[in-house]
Design a protein around this ligand. Structure first.
Ligand code: X8Z
Ligand code: ZN
Length: 655
């Protein structure tokens, strides 16, 4: 597997650490290297060594993400240190073969080896160790971050989940602002660490022959770094008009809901979008639903009702109502029941396509709910622990639509791992990282209102224009709203890595990009005493983000191809291939290829084309786009491209 890809699963976050296979040998010197080995033999040896080291690495990472404390962090940092040292040694050894004849598969594997971490480490051992300590520390700070108010006995602390609940449910302007600012305060102390982190990964990238870490990230796409950057611009150009219509519609509705403060000089106020990062606007359904009372699509309401029913059943089975610790115990059990039922439901979609049931270790070892007694990184991830059947997810599942679809997303990663487990380790990753992110989301697109009603989550749907627009809006709030966010995070990091964004401009550049791409602004000043990028998991977790932008284009291409494979012949948005084994076989065949060939070839085998293309996105949302254009008629759509001065950059207000 390429470790880079694992990050999507959280490991990359820490830079994927492998432990040394010989405990008592200094990994840099390592076991004796056969002097006369060929390039093919070298890659075979590296693959063997990875297989052997891997479980120890993932175990230390899993432990530190599911039980954050000083000890687990020490072990995770050390594990990473050993792995990155070993990786540097392998990359050094590979230099012997430069310019030599070798099989295309071996050349590909050597290239993947060089790109296998998102956290290139300096050769200098002290600075390498410093890097792994900082990375582990930042992820721990994010996982255990809490916003506290009051003092002494009156102190009340809330973590991300509770603060997100406020944005999800409250429509009180000030409560939302307080929750949004509260969460962002946890990132302020990360700023200096992040500055140092950037220096260290850049040194590592340069040691490997790249200009900087951003160029290294852009080198993993079977095309030049400049070409993939241009591809993302091209794809954004295709979907931008659709996003602008959605933005315009949302702004009009927000301005009506919050008179005089529903927008910030034409931009959407960051704290009012129902989501901490404004990447998914689904929670604003109450404000943005096009046709209220037209067949309910309230999946969260249905999941909550199922959860309450489960709890009531457990309580009814007891004699008398439990109190105190006993009551808490019952509530925990009901929470596990609900999370397990959601995960079983997602598994059922995959098995309906002919894919295997999830292996036993998945059910024994996954973390499905937030533990009460320790700090964990709640951000969802999927883990291949041993390159075989020990696959797990780590989530803090709540009965909400967002978590429901995230479980389907995570199982996409899990089924990818299972499908490519027979590939050599260096090919055990996605065709590119956007592919890995797109698998589960392709399934989410197939979760049509008809599918949701077939599993009892929404009422039977009447066919009508209003119902169609409602269901398109539901999908657009998740998928279209995401697109500019998927792009701007790495626009910021590419700039940070190449030095065009200096440390004393981190926050202002962040809000300029938020304004430019998303048309979003903070309602109160966010000067350089803040470090708002650090409040998004993937920044302290060091997970590249362009993958999600690409995934949000690719998943529509995959979806269209699988609909075609199932023999479907209607409007794209109405297709569900649930239960279709022909579609399943085609999908599984693609997953099984892993990274063994250029992604263009893999894409061609599934979709018939070698290019990423947003035409399927536009085809899918054509009815909504027409409707939005109608709704927005007469409005001055669009927004100023820079952050308003009052909103970002200039202010120095602190909390
Ligand atoms: O991080 C994730 C997944 C794990 S790979 C939960 N996602 C991005 C995010 O939450 O920011 C999925 C969509 C975008
Ligand atoms: Zn993912």
């Amino acid at each position: 597997m390429t470790y880079r890809k694992l990050c999507l699963l959280a490991l990359v976050a820490a830079g994927l650490a492998l432990s040394a296979c010989k405990r008592d040998a200094a990994p840099a010197a390592g076991p004796a290297i056969p002097e006369d080995e060929t390039a093919d033999q070298f890659i075979a040896r590296v693959n063997d060594e990875i297989r052997e080291m891997y479980p120890e690495l993932t175990a230390s990472q899993w432990l530190s993400s599911t039980y954050i404390n000083d000890d687990s962090q020490l072990l995770a940092a050390k594990g990473n240190e050993r792995w990155l040292t070993q990786l540097n040694a392998w990359i050094d050894q590979a230099r012997r073969f430069e310019g030599q004849k070798m099989s295309p598969a071996t050349a590909r594997a050597i290239n993947l080896l060089k790109l296998s971490t998102a956290m290139p480490a300096p050769k200098d051992p002290a600075r390498l160790a410093e890097l792994t300590r900082i990375a582990t520390k930042m992820e721990g700070m994010y996982g255990s971050g809490a916003y506290c108010v009051g003092e002494g006995d009156a102190e009340r602390c809330r973590q991300l989940g509770e603060l997100e609940d406020v944005l999800r449910r409250s429509r009180d302007y000030d409560q939302q602002l307080d929750a949004w600012r509260g969460w962002h305060s946890i990132a302020q102390p990360m700023r200096n660490d992040y500055v140092r982190f950037v220096e260290l990964v850049n040194e590592g990238a340069r040691d490997m022959g790249f200009a900087d870490a951003g160029e290294m990230w852009r080198s993993g796409y079977d095309m030049s770094p400049a070409e993939i950057a241009a591809e993302t611009d091209r794809l954004w150009g295709q979907v931008k008009p659709l996003y602008e219509q959605l933005h315009c519609y949302a702004r009009t509705r927000l301005e009506a809901k919050y008179p005089d403060r529903g927008s910030v000089e034409g931009l959407l106020p960051a704290h009012l979008m129902g989501n901490m990062w404004q990447q998914d606007w689904s929670n604003l359904w109450d404000i943005l639903e096009p046709y209220p009372n037209t067949g309910s699509l309230d999946v969260t309401g249905a999941l909550e009702a199922q959860h309450r029913e489960g709890l009531d059943k457990r309580l009814a089975a007891l004699s008398g109502l439990p109190e105190g610790a006993e009551r808490v115990e019952i509530e925990r059990k009901a929470q596990v029941d609900s999370a397990t039922a959601i995960t079983r439901r997602a598994e059922d979609f995959y098995t309906s396509l002919g894919m295997p049931a999830l292996p036993k270790p998945f059910w024994q070892k996954s973390m499905l709910i937030k533990p009460r007694d320790r700090e964990v990184v709640c951000h969802a991830s999927a883990w291949p622990m041993d390159m075989a059947d020990d696959v797990r997810i780590k989530m803090c599942i709540e009965p909400t639509e967002e978590d429901f679809t995230t479980v389907y997303h995570e199982l996409g990663h899990i089924y990818y791992y299972l499908a490519y487990e027979d590939q050599p380790p260096l090919f055990q990753s996605g065709a590119h990282d956007g592919f890995h992110e797109a698998i589960g989301d392709t399934i989410v697109l197939a979760m049509t209102p008809q599918y949701l009603s077939s599993i009892g989550l929404v009422d039977e749907q009447q066919q009508s224009q209003a119902g169609l627009i409602n269901s398109q809006m539901r999908m657009a709030l998740a998928k279209v709203a995401f697109l500019p966010f998927g792009l701007m995070i790495d626009r910021w990091r590419w700039g940070v890595f190449d030095g065009s964004i200096a440390p004393d401009e981190y926050n202002s550049a962040w809000w300029d990009l938020k304004a430019q791409y998303q048309g979003v602004a903070p309602a109160t000043p966010r000067g350089e005493d803040f470090f708002d990028p650090g409040a998004k998991y993937h920044v302290p977790g060091n997970t590249p983000y362009t993958r999600y932008f690409l995934s949000h284009i690719l998943q529509f291409q995959f979806y269209r191809a699988l609909c075609d494979a199932s023999g479907y012949d209607g409007p794209l948005y109405d297709c569900s291939f649930y239960g279709d084994e022909a579609a399943g076989q085609k999908f599984w065949a693609m997953l099984g290829k892993g990274a063994s060939q250029p992604w263009q070839q893999t894409l061609k085998e599934l979709t018939g084309t070698e290019t990423m293309d947003a035409s399927a996105v536009l085809e899918y949302f054509a009815p909504l786009q027409d409707w939005l254009e109608d709704q927005n008629e007469g409005q001055a759509c669009g927004w100023p491209a820079a952050a308003p001065v009052a909103g970002a950059g200039a202010g120095t207000e602190s909390e």
